[in-house]
Design a protein around this ligand. Structure first.
Ligand SMILES: Cc1cc2nc3c(=O)[nH]c(=O)nc-3n(C[C@H](O)[C@H](O)[C@H](O)COP(=O)(O)OP(=O)(O)OC[C@H]3O[C@@H](n4cnc5c(N)ncnc54)[C@H](O)[C@@H]3O)c2cc1C
Length: 450
């Protein structure tokens, strides 16, 4: 362990400044970097005995204070790598066992080398597996769930120092709760996920008007394996991404290198940073900037490894609030949001992102028990997001929304009690494994209760 030899040394360890990716959460925790599951377990026991709180952290890509602690921050960087792979059977389903601190990027690349893939991903791959599971990370696709629903088994070190293996057959309640746990139950050390044979996606990205897309959004979502769109506020324009699996034997046709550099580096990052800075300096130009930006992204049609299609570089810093809503609410939510943008006078240089997902059965999943659409609002990090996000929260609440656990919201335990049918069960499991609240922080106290 990086803090030196015996675990109790933690009690007098040095503090280090920490900030999340967006820069809106900070802390100065005691940092521990264990090298084995055994060290994780001993550390938890010692922290509990010493009256310290503990929080595992992944890549720090959550916008909420879900991973923040001024107690002991446990980094899983050294508990990483693929442990075992089971090749897919005739049904096409295999599994991979991976250590908790592995990044999605390393896992996806490691799987590709073995002819395998995760069935779906979000739009970046910098998170650790355990961190991504911790807040219910998802991608898009009406036939596909978020990452947590693909968990088959996991190993978790509990605050009493025990390491437990949990699956649907073994410690089933702990398994249900630990798949999305906000780091509130213990420290996951290993996880086994469902994988599929590696696949190519045909990506078709086009700028379009918003209204016709919304008029056919039901069939669009049903007709494509992965559908998402970005609406540019103050315009009626969207950039739509339709991604579909290709039949076996289809050759790869990736975006040429120069074009990828132009779109992903120059337009989506460097130029986008400049337009955002311009919007800060001259807010009244924002609608015009958005109109130009919406037209600058031209159509792209290519075929590539799924992982490369899903994931983009995100160099422009922002904060985000994302809500899961019943799928049928999408058109009304968009109408309410557009009306608010028009009447509020708020000037918004960042696009609004819309995605879809299948229902799942993970207790704290935002898609628990219902087919969902996700609507995400973003704000450039140098601009104030509060009025915008508060207004969107009101809209989302009026349509039965549940906030992404890793993205900004103001809800508390009383709200979640009504929003999640298995919330009381989650709290019961938490009471059983962490009665002393070793794993608590300000966020878990707010959203789960004391
Ligand atoms: C640019 C950007 C793009 C994003 N895109 C998407 C997207 O497409 N889809 C989406 O759903 N979300 C997205 N997110 C949100 C992100 O996926 C989640 O916030 C995710 O939880 C971050 O993972 P992390 O590794 O950074 O974890 P952290 O933010 O560091 O931690 C998240 C939670 O996991 C817990 N945790 C970490 N390790 C462990 C462990 N070993 N055991 C138990 N708990 C643990 C932490 O305690 C904390 O509660 C995005 C965020 C950013 C900044």
């Amino acid at each position: 362990m990086s803090l030196g030899a015996p675990v109790p040394a933690l009690l007098s360890g040095r503090r280090q400044a920490w900030t999340n990716w967006a820069g809106n959460q900070r802390a100065t925790p005691l940092v521990a970097v264990p090298e084995s599951e055994d060290e994780v377990a001993r550390l938890l026991g010692a922290a509990r005995d010493g009256g310290l709180t503990v929080k595992p952290v992944g890549a720090g890509h959550s916008f909420t204070d879900v991973a923040v602690t001024d107690g002991v921050q446990v980094r899983l960087d050294r508990i990483a790598g693929v442990v075992a792979v089971v090749q897919p059977d005739e049904s096409g389903c295999g599994e991979v066992t991976v250590r908790a601190g592995t990044t999605i990027r390393d896992l996806a690349n490691g799987l590709l080398g073995r002819g395998l893939a995760l069935p779906n991903l979000g739009d970046i791959d910098r998170q650790t597996i355990a961190g991504a599971l911790g807040t219910g990370t998802h991608g898009t696709g009406l036939g596909l769930t978020g990452l947590a629903a693909g968990v088959r088994r996991l190993r978790i070190a509990l605050p009493d120092g025990r390491v437990v293996e949990a699956s649907p057959d073994q410690e089933p309640e702990l398994f249900q709760a630990a798949r999305i746990s906000l780091g509130a139950l213990g420290i996951m050390t290993e996880v086994t996920l469902a994988v599929v044979p590696a696949f190519l996606l045909h990506a078709w990205e086009t700028p379009e008007p918003l209204e016709p897309l919304l008029a056919t959004i039901g069939s669009e979502a049903e007709g494509h394996d992965h559908l998402e769109f970005y609406w540019f506020p103050h315009t009626d324009r969207v950039q739509v991404k339709r991604n579909d699996r290709v039949v076996a034997g289809t050759p790869r046709r990736p975006v040429p290198r120069w074009r990828a550099r132009l779109d992903d580096d120059l337009l989506s990052n460097r130029l986008f940073e400049r337009t955002n800075r311009l919007a800060v300096a001259r807010p009244s130009l924002t609608p015009r900037i958005n109109r130009v930006a919406a037209r600058a992204l031209s159509a792209r049609d290519y075929v590539d490894h799924a992982h490369r299609v899903f994931v983009s570089e995100r160099a422009v810093r922002f904060v985000e609030s994302e809500w899961a809503l019943p799928r049928a609410a999408l058109v009304d939510v968009m109408a309410d949001l557009r009306a608010w943008v028009e009447r509020s006078g708020e000037l918004l240089p960042f696009p609004v992102e819309v995605r879809v997902a299948a229902a799942d059965d993970v207790w704290l999943s935002t898609a628990y028990g219902r087919e969902s659409c996700y609507v995400a609002v973003h704000q450039y990090h140098r601009l104030d997001h509060r009025r915008y996000f508060a207004a969107f929260e009101e809209i989302a609440l009026a349509h039965g929304g549940r906030p992404h656990w890793g993205k900004l919201h103001t809800r508390d335990a009383e709200f979640f009690e009504g929003a999640y049918p298995r919330f009381a069960d989650f709290r019961r499991v938490r009471d059983a494994v962490d009665p002393d609240r070793v794993m608590a922080n300000a966020y878990t106290r707010r959203v789960l209760g004391d």
